[in-house]
Design a protein around this ligand. Structure first.
Ligand code: DX5
Ligand code: ZN
Length: 239
């Protein structure tokens, strides 16, 4: 880690200076019987992270387009949809058409990621590409101009409440360096096990969008938890 010439803090220094950290709570840890109220609980967040799982790409099954359309009608904040589904080439653009601000699909599941990213953008969404812990970022470096966000999974996708995988930190650093070298305006999101005790590590590595499910919805005061995460991420990456 310290043998790297940029130094650990060098990666968050590569985050553009005007970039405040974003906190996107995951509604996977919300009460699914009261989603409108649960969205209102996180109205101070930057976006609501919506985990779409199909029971194929990941073993878990959550919700799909009709529910995202319903959430879109009532959400006080933008929706950040994370599609953990097979064949996103077929399904992802509809989420952007439904009004989701961000639509992120998995690199491992997409057949034609450039074509798909262009379709999402054409439909008015910000396009994101997600990488499972064992998926390298290098094959996607030349494609960064096609994306608004890279999502480095910090757990194996499928379930909330898992422990943050520190083995993903070098990839977060490499992704941040590649984004800096590319010159494109690309956000770097981390998702899985992000909490008050792990967010600083991710921020130092260069992440600037933080998904937190159990850390926010498990708190008595969700707004306070969001504020604490935002503060910790910003303090860990002061220029
Ligand atoms: C996991 C999901 C995450 C999950 C994070 O596959 O993509 O968004 O909700 O939950 P926590 O923050 O509890 O790890
Ligand atoms: Zn997610």
């Amino acid at each position: 880690m310290t043998s790297d010439p940029r130094g650990v803090a060098g990666y968050c220094r590569a985050v553009p200076q005007d970039r405040e950290p974003r906190i996107n709570p995951s509604i996977l840890s919300a009460d699914f019987a009261n989603l409108q109220a649960e969205l209102d609980r996180i109205s101070t967040a930057d976006a609501a992270h919506v985990d779409v799982m199909d029971g194929h790409f990941v073993p878990n099954l959550t919700l799909g387009l009709p529910i995202v359309e319903a959430l879109q009608r009532v959400s006080p904040i933008p929706l950040d949809c994370h599609l953990m589904i097979d064949d996103p080439d077929r399904w992802a653009p509809a989420y952007a058409e439904a009004g989701a601000a961000g639509v992120t699909f998995h690199a491992e599941a997409a057949t034609a990621p450039v074509k798909l990213a262009r379709e999402i953008r054409k439909a008015g969404g910000r396009a994101g590409i997600a990488l499972r812990p064992a998926t390298p970022v290098e094959p996607y470096v030349d494609l960064l101009g096609e994306f608004d966000m890279v999502l480095v999974m910090t757990v194996e996708p499928g379930f909330g409440g898992q422990g943050f995988l520190d083995v993903t930190l070098p990839k977060i650093r490499r992704a941040r360096a590649a984004i800096g070298d590319s010159g494109f305006d690309v956000r770097l999101q981390v998702d899985g096990g992000v909490s008050a005790s792990t967010i600083e590590r991710a921020a130092e590595a260069g992440a600037d969008v933080f998904v937190a499910g159990s850390a926010v919805y498990g708190a008595d005061d969700a707004a306070a938890a969001i504020g604490e995460l935002r503060h910790l991420a910003a303090a860990a990456c002061r220029h």
